[in-house]
Write a protein that binds this ligand. Structure first.
Ligand code: PCA
Length: 200
């Protein structure tokens, strides 16, 4: 089994992105599944291209995208992606789309296809704060999930895909006066999720 796992580069004035650090800390294989790691740019245009290119070249059995949701206290298992780009701040290329569709001819939304309830139960068992989230936002993370699910749908593939948002690192949390999570816990959460995905 081949799982494509992604994280995002820093953005919005933060020097670090916990999803990048967690991606780097993960091993090359989990529970017999090979992990193909990709770091995605925080750019609407470049992330769309990178997600489609990674799925085309890796032909993964499953896709787990990850990113930072600053201000959230729990690991967020995203339920859906909306066909909209509505940026609250410019991306790392200075692009700041408002009320634009990701794909003019695409469906309004896609549901994630990973086993979210199983992953949620597994994280609860491991005492990691977790929730199913009904909004991945309207920024680059939502776009990455939408593009992954859209690419898979267009290929007619049965690849499962989903997105996990992670909290700030403790030092970022302190600086922002917001909740955070130790990197070790975030890595453990992603490891549990990948083990569940590898179980099929
Ligand atoms: N979080 C942003 C984009 C990159 C990231 O890690 C988001 O939630 O859209």
């Amino acid at each position: 089994m081949n799982i494509l796992i992604t994280g995002f580069a820093p953005f919005g004035g933060d020097g670090e992105n916990p999803s990048q650090l967690a991606l780097e800390a993960l091993p090359g294989a989990i529970a017999g599944a090979r992990l193909a790691k990709r770091l995605l740019p925080v750019s609407f245009l470049a992330a769309q291209r990178a997600v489609c290119a990674a799925i085309a070249s890796e032909r993964p059995d499953a896709v787990l995208l990850t990113g930072l949701a600053g201000g959230r206290a729990k690991i967020s298992l995203e339920r859906a992606a909306l066909n909209v780009k509505d940026a609250r701040m410019p991306d790392n290329d200075g692009d700041c789309p408002v009320d634009q569709p990701i794909r003019a001819d695409g469906p309004a939304a896609y549901f994630a296809t990973l086993p979210l309830r199983r992953i949620e139960a597994r994280l609860r068992q491991a005492d990691i704060p977790v929730e199913i989230s009904n909004s991945a936002g309207t920024y680059v993370c939502n776009l990455a999930l939408y593009c992954a699910l859209d690419e898979i749908a267009r290929q007619g593939a049965c690849t499962r895909a989903g997105f996990i948002h992670v909290p700030y690192l403790p030092q970022q949390a302190a600086a922002h006066g917001a909740p955070g999570m130790p990197l070790e816990t975030t890595v453990r959460a992603l490891t549990c999720a990948l083990e569940e995905i590898a179980r099929g």
